[in-house]
Write a protein that binds this ligand. Sequence first.
Ligand code: SF4
Ligand code: SF4
Length: 426
Amino acid sequence: MAHLITEVVYRGIFQKNLASRITRGIVLSARKAGRWGIAFGRYGDSPQRNGVPAKDFAIVADTKEELEQHMARYEPKELHVTICVDDTLTKGVESWAWYGLQPLNRLLLPDGHLLVTSTQRPADLLRDIHKKDAVYNLWILRGKASFSGLWVYKEDHIEVRVLGALAKIAPQFLTLDAVCQAIREAEWGSDLKVESARKAYERIQGRPVPITEGNPETPYSFELPRWWEMREGVSIPSLPIGKPIEGGKGYRPERSQVFKKFSSRTMRPVIDFETCVKCTLCWLQCPDSCFDVMPDGLYDANMESCCGCGVCEAVCPVHNCITMVNEAVFEDNASQWEMWRRDKDAYKVWLAEKIRDKAHTVRSHGFRYRGQYEEELAAGELELGGLPVTEGIPGENAAEKGLPPGAHMHQSSTSIVTGVAEAPGA
Ligand code: SF4
Ligand code: SF4
């Protein structure tokens, strides 16, 4: 008797359809090879929130009885494979259901497999992935995070490429032939997608990660209330109002003590305090009340509550005053305003380095217009998700958000974190 337990870690809503295609694809492939399987989501992620990390699972077993045994659990506690479809989730996974931050590799069994879609190098990803007390294998499927909406799907073949990669990682459960057959017969399948799965199978690279490698930080956690401590109707207390920041000046709203949002965003706003005209638009429009009003009247995006939606960038009337930047290039969640107050020259250098030429920071944060995915896919390499189109983002400042023509035409072959040339498998 043998079984394979897999999870897909994804961005709520934006990757909901992707995760479900992958887990269903695993089950369909297993059926083609004469096995049994089931796909399901994590109860604690429902209802899903835009961008908030969520999980789907797929279990494959040799016999019905063995499958039923594993289905009896609320959710799997140990996994053979974790699939992560957005590499900013390597920083950790915090569901909105008070779980605290969980390392991406937390549930992996010794010698398990972590498969990440990314254009970064393993060494870059391992700066964020937490250390583990057992050796596991890291596989990188070259590609960008693929985001869609609830009713629209970006057909960049990422689901079938993941399935092809799995046939390499767990051939005893998912043979390449079975995967190809399942893809061909799926309602979203095609011969071209079968080809993509085969290519992924041939190209995927992995390597073992020793216990000495990885991010040494201890992730934050929260004490979950016992059932007898819960309030009537399982209601939760509302947030108290905020207070001034220092010397009776400024204002910082109170924030949730049990949900930090640090892992909810794929981009974050970077602010040029020298050019801010204190118009209040970012503060008024931010859907998550992220902006602290600082004692000097400037607005600081507090990373404890930023979900990375990009609204502040879209509404800011000043050219390049707010720029959304890929979350992967940040090491902490510290206040930008405090950094600026401490040393304005150093902040200027930091700001320029983070924004760079924008080619390094371009990334979808959810906005799109009708037909944008088709345009992106037609304009660039399918395997890398096409070319990012940022022109057309809604907002007064939309014209300033795109890259100069041609600048975003190729996914960089250099690491977005270190700026050095990428070598898959390095
Ligand atoms: S990206 Fe801007 S508007 Fe969106 S949550 Fe963060 S600070 Fe608020
Ligand atoms: S929208 Fe831009 S200019 Fe206006 S307060 Fe915010 S950062 Fe400053």
